[in-house]
Ligand binder design. Sequence first.
Ligand code: ACO
Length: 344
Amino acid sequence: MSSEDAMEPMSAQFFTGLGVAITGSGSATPETNLDNAALSQIVETSDEWISTRTGIRQRRLSSAYGSLNEIAAQAAQNALEMAGVSPQEVDLIILATSTPDDLFGTACLVQARLGATKAVAFDLTAACSGFVFGLVTAAQFIRTGVYQTIVLIGADVLSRWVDWGDRRTCVLFGDGAGAVVIQANARDRLLGFELRSDGSQNASLTLAYQGQAHPLLENLAIAQGTFSPIGMNGQEVYRFAARQVPEVIEKALFRANLSVEQIDWLLLHQANQRILDAVAQRLKIPNEKVISNLANYGNTSAASIPLALDEAVRQGKVQANHIIASSGFGAGLSWGSAIFQWGR
Ligand code: ACO
């Protein structure tokens, strides 16, 4: 074993000899910016309330004519350019989203926009955990040798489903997209993961279909309707995240044979600065290692982790071989952690 090998953490989890690496990142956000002062003209709130309780100062909103597939494809294009991979080389596109342009799926529209003619494409729905769940899903296709090059996108346009009259929720969310290119690699850079779900707490955070009976025949009625705006029990969600996220990161670190001290960056779903602070404090991770950009974007759901990752990479903060502990958490309830090293 060379001295370089000796310094590399070895993935202990399901390692088959086929490694996984994240070789590029990209992001895209709508141009329209809504800051807290402007939001205070829509609902009774203030910059002071929003920024002290959440850390959010502004958010980007998709225009009336914007689409999810447009920003998702732009983020993917940027990630492919960083990785030096052409769209025609892509085997699989996974689009993690809860706000599709089409309930039948939006990933195929992204495939068409990219010109990724060889790729199969599908949507994955796991709310704010979507990126982490998607990363682990992508890794399985590579580790089994089925695919070599995968684009994973996390994108959401939650502004479509927020109740803009509800100040308890509308101040929290924003629109955006982030993407990574995941490739087969000699070294395995996905070091460990843990995924969890608990449907018994589903009511804490919902964007649920509400149908009304629509009679077709005398003895036959079906339901037709639409989705109700986002409903959230803020304090329950806060308690859930502060308790479960440190635990799931510790489990993923255990699977990776790593200690908390070996993490270079803590990269959490950008829900709320108070959640980021609570998790970092619980894990005894210093603030300098916590990636946070929610002040500028709010909670962009499945997009938040790849959007923050892409900014940190392009700012030169995240560098080759850095170890990143990521965690997504949200509706389902669902949560998970993936520990990975940046670069090939
Ligand atoms: N502006 C001004 N006042 C407000 C606002 C607002 N935007 N929203 C609520 N208030 C008021 C309430 O009406 C209430 O007033 P009252 O005491 O007169 O009734 C008071 O502020 C306190 O309301 P709470 O809901 O108790 O506020 P809390 O301190 O719990 O903060 C928050 C709310 C920020 C949502 C908090 O619960 C939280 O951080 N929860 C985590 C949830 C989260 O981050 N969700 C994101 C989506 S889920 C995900 O991505 C994981």
